[in-house]
Every structure is written in structure tokens, then in C-alpha cells.
Write a protein that binds this ligand. Structure first.
Ligand SMILES: CSCC[C@H](N)C(=O)N1CCC[C@H]1C(=O)O
Length: 356
């Protein structure tokens, strides 16, 4: 069981407990999906002996099932109940805290039981979650198939004249129809807006001569996919074709570098050197990729500082880009898994320059 694996690591590293709020780690450890806990305190407490107990709001009574739990009702003070749970499990001293726990919960916990020294839970969870097992890979493959299918469908839509917002909404709707939901809000960046890698779709209408970056992802039973393709609207300018081909080559070179044992930064280097050699180094303004799983951004990060040595079952994106202010952006992204002496693409949509 995953909670036992966490407890064993806690014991080995000298931690006396862990406090885990809803999110990817909580779901990974319990299989329970707490949707929208919001301000209502919800915490899983685990000790190094492998004992655990959940504190949850009573409105989740019908979601939690057969799990050791104390419920609290609106109007009660949940912090004193959590204090009791922590005392019973002997949680004090070096305690791991979910990195994304809300600050108001943290403050409440500190005030009711301040006898602990906090450490980020990610220190241990990254070791458990970075390598995916067969079942996780199967779910990630399903999430990847959804985004490949959506790309095929986009190619048949009449997108000239649509605003970025309209196209993003249509992509989101289609992802939601085919999967358990989006892994992040789709990015549609047309023309000069493409120079912002995280552009928020706006009212600009897609028109002839544009390069359009489409970056979106689906979720399948919690697991994420994340794909980017850049398409041309009408015959593109020669410079844009040149940029497209450089990004495609950088993405391929990084993919070819994937193998067990190599450090993440070597994958980044393969992409970065390709773009720098072509004279566009200053226009590649982000890391080459990021780990992918229950979170859309997780370890291992594929950047110039990536010291993680790749292992079989690790999953991440490879997504170099070139962003020229005032002109356009091009990014090509696939989801990849390490399978031994090579990588395998989970996303397989056409990477050639497509002119719509
Ligand atoms: C979660 S929003 C961004 C999704 C996108 N695919 C992405 O991860 N990136 C776009 C530019 C770089 C990269 C990132 O590291 O944010």
C-alpha cells in the first residue's frame, strides 16, 4: 500500500509524521477524490509506524467510504479535532507538510499545536511518484490518446475568424466530452501573441499568415496529458517555416537523447544546443520540459539544472519553443516515458508543419 511506503521512508529519514491536504499526493495515497474542499479543513495524518487517520468535513461522509476518519460539522472547531488525532498518532517534532496546504490551515494548525518543525512533503513524495507503474502508465496513455484525437479533430474545424477564446473553449469542451476533464486551461496563442509561452486566450481573431500555438491537456482517472502543436494559417512566411523546422529538430534531438541513467539536464541540453546553433538561443525562454503524472507539472523537471538521473517509468514532456516578440511563437510538445535505453512518445499527433 502506498501509505505504508511513505511511512517506511519517513521512518528511514527520521520524520515523526506527515500532514497531507487534498491534492495529487492525497489522491495518490488514498485513492479518495476530495472535490473542492475549499476552506474546510481536510487533513490526512500519517505516522512512521504506518498508522493514519483522516479529518474531514461531514459533507464528504458519502465519499470517504471505508477509511479511518473523524468528521467535523460546519460550526465546530476542526483544529482541536486534528490536535487530538496528531496526539494519538504521536505526531510532533520533524513533520512533513503538504507543500500546497492553504496558509490559513497551516496557521490554524500551528496555533493549536505548535510543537513541530515543518518540512516539505515533496521531499519524500517525489521519490514515490516519479516512477510510474504499469497501471499509471496505462492511464497516462489514455489521457494522451484523448489529446491526439482532439488535435485530429481541430484540423477539421474552420478556425479562421474564430477568436482565441472561442477556439480554447471549443477545445476544452471536446476534452471534457472525451475524458475526465482538462489538466489545465488550454492555451491558444495566435500571431504575435505566440511570443508569450503562457498566453491567456483573448479576443484576437485567427487570420491568414498566423502561426497558432495550441497547448492543452486531458485527465484520465487523475492522470494528465499535455500536448502542444503549432499550426500555420495559410502559407506562412519563410522565416516562420525556418523557426518551425528548428523547433521540430530540437524536439526530436531531445527525444533521441532519452535513456535510463542520463540526467534530465542532458535532455534539456540537446534541445537548447539545437536552437542555439541555429541562432535563436535567446528566444528559447523556458526549460525543455517537466514531469507529468497526477500533476501537470511535477518531477523530474527537464531544465538546465535537472540533476535527476532518468529511470524506467519516468514520464515527462519535451517542449522546446522559439518566441520572437512582435512576430510569433512556435512550440512542439510530446509526453514521453523512459522505457530503458530509449524513450517512447505517449502523444503521437503529427509533428510536421500543417497549413490550414
Ligand atoms: C500548466 S500551464 C502550461 C502548460 C504548458 N504545456 C507548459 O508546461 N509549458 C508551456 C511553456 C513551458 C512549459 C512550462 O514549463 O510552463
Amino acid at each position: 500500500m502506498r501509505i505504508e511506503k511513505l511511512a517506511a521512508l519517513m521512518e528511514e529519514r527520521g520524520f515523526n509524521g506527515a500532514l497531507i491536504s487534498p491534492g495529487a499526493n492525497f489522491y495518490y495515497l488514498t485513492g479518495i477524490n476530495i472535490h473542492e474542499a475549499g476552506e474546510r479543513l481536510t487533513v490526512l495524518a500519517v505516522n512512521p509506524d504506518g498508522e493514519y487517520h483522516l479529518l474531514a468535513p461531514s459533507l464528504y461522509q458519502n465519499v470517504i467510504g471505508d477509511f479511518p476518519v473523524t468528521f467535523w460539522r460546519d460550526g465546530e472547531n476542526p483544529y482541536s479535532k486534528l490536535e487530538t488525532i496528531m496526539k494519538e498518532l504521536g505526531i510532533r517534532g520533524k513533520v512533513l507538510i503538504e507543500n500546497t496546504m492553504r496558509a490559513d490551515w497551516l496557521i490554524g494548525i500551528f496555533h493549536s499545536r505548535n510543537s513541530f518543525d515543518p518540512y516539505p512533503l515533496s521531499m519524500l513524495m517525489r521519490e514515490l511518484r516519479m516512477r510510474k507503474d504499469e497501471e499509471e502508465l496505462r492511464l497516462m496513455q489514455k489521457a494522451a490518446e484523448v489529446v491526439d484525437r482532439v488535435f485530429e479533430e481541430i484540423l477539421s474545424w474552420d478556425i479562421i475568424g474564430m477568436t482565441e477564446k472561442e477556439l480554447a473553449l471549443r477545445i476544452e469542451l471536446r476534452i471534457r466530452e472525451l475524458s475526465d476533464g482538462i489538466s489545465f486551461e488550454p492555451i491558444v496563442a495566435s500571431g504575435e501573441n505566440g511570443a508569450n509561452p503562457h498566453h491567456e486566450p483573448g479576443d484576437r481573431r485567427i487570420r491568414k499568415g498566423d502561426m497558432v500555438i495550441l497547448d492543452y491537456g486531458a485527465k484520465w482517472k487523475g492522470y494528465c496529458s499535455d500536448i502542444t502543436r503549432t499550426v500555420a494559417i495559410g502559407k506562412p512566411d519563410e522565416k516562420l517555416v525556418e523557426i518551425y523546422e528548428i523547433v521540430k529538430e530540437a524536439q526530436e534531438n531531445a527525444f533521441q537523447a532519452v535513456r535510463e541513467g542520463i540526467k534530465a539536464k542532458e535532455i534539456d541540453r540537446a534541445a537548447r544546443e539545437t536552437i542555439a546553433r541555429a541562432g535563436y538561443g535567446e528566444y528559447f525562454t523556458h526549460r525543455t520540459g517537466h514531469g507529468l503524472g497526477l500533476d501537470v507539472h511535477e518531477e523530474p523537471y527537464i531544465g538546465p539544472d535537472g540533476e535527476v538521473a532518468l529511470e524506467r517509468g519516468m514520464t515527462f514532456t519535451i517542449e522546446p519553443g522559439i518566441y520572437v516578440p512582435g512576430l510569433a511563437g512556435v512550440r512542439i510538445e510530446d509526453d514521453v516515458v523512459v522505457v530503458g535505453d530509449k524513450g517512447e512518445r505517449l502523444t503521437k499527433a503529427n509533428r510536421e508543419l500543417i497549413i490550414l
